[in-house]
Design a protein around this ligand. Sequence first.
Ligand SMILES: Nc1ncnc2c1ncn2[C@@H]1O[C@H](COP(=O)(O)OP(=O)(O)OP(=O)(O)O)[C@@H](O)[C@H]1O
Length: 256
Amino acid sequence: MGLELTPPTIALRDLTLGYDRHPAVHHLDGEIAPGALLAICGPNGAGKSTLIKSIVGIVNPMGGAVDFGGAREKHGKREKIAYLPQAAQIDLSFPIDVFDMAAMGLWRDIGLFGGLSKLDLQKVREALASVGLNGFERRQIGALSGGQAQRLLFARLMLQDAAVILLDEPFSAIDERTVDDLLGLIARWRGEGRTIVAVLHDFDMVRARFPETLLLAREKIFWGPTEEALSPENLARARKMIEAFDERASACVRAG
Ligand SMILES: Nc1ncnc2c1ncn2[C@@H]1O[C@H](COP(=O)(O)OP(=O)(O)OP(=O)(O)O)[C@@H](O)[C@H]1O
């Protein structure tokens, strides 16, 4: 599948994010270059999901901005961002089969009530085949294993044909073979010039596959080459930073 739009530079400018006026991410600056393959790492509660959601536009900044350099509106269309939330936030219990679920990746192009053309049907079949789900087209999604469900979600992402793809812990509770297959897809997307940002906890995988890493612990600990980002010193600083926040949190609870 060719890339219709070149990815924008995504600039985070003094970005502060939070919930109910409690900041979760502080004063973050940095740029995600077009075609970047960026891992976001950090302890639990570091603000990784919150950051991803702010790039998608689900969480609004308390301060600063996520700046697409005016490129979010191009050719009369909103720049497409594909987003895969954490598995726990995805409801796979509704009655729909694998084929129709994957085809939902095309809805921006065909509209909610548009029919699928022959070419669309072909695209869906190809996407399912490329994640190893041929033969599963008419299976209800609730009857898939965790790994098969994740393959399906990757097929749907692929059909969105977005210039920017954001993945929040895409490999938790997924077996090694599925992870390898899905990492292969990510490499293919990168080869097509897409920007890919993934929240990941497996440092070995990040070192092997992701050239650039943002190590986050409520604020930027390091953003740059992965080997440096994940140095023992930076990881220790990230842990300390989160512990400091936890202490403050429990002090507030006691005070309340
Ligand atoms: N909807 C929400 N309402 C209030 N607070 C929230 C909400 N979502 C997240 N938070 C808080 O914001 C902080 C950052 O959470 P976030 O989920 O971004 O961290 P994370 O780095 O993705 O963590 P994990 O690795 O555990 O998924 C945490 O203190 C969390 O409790």
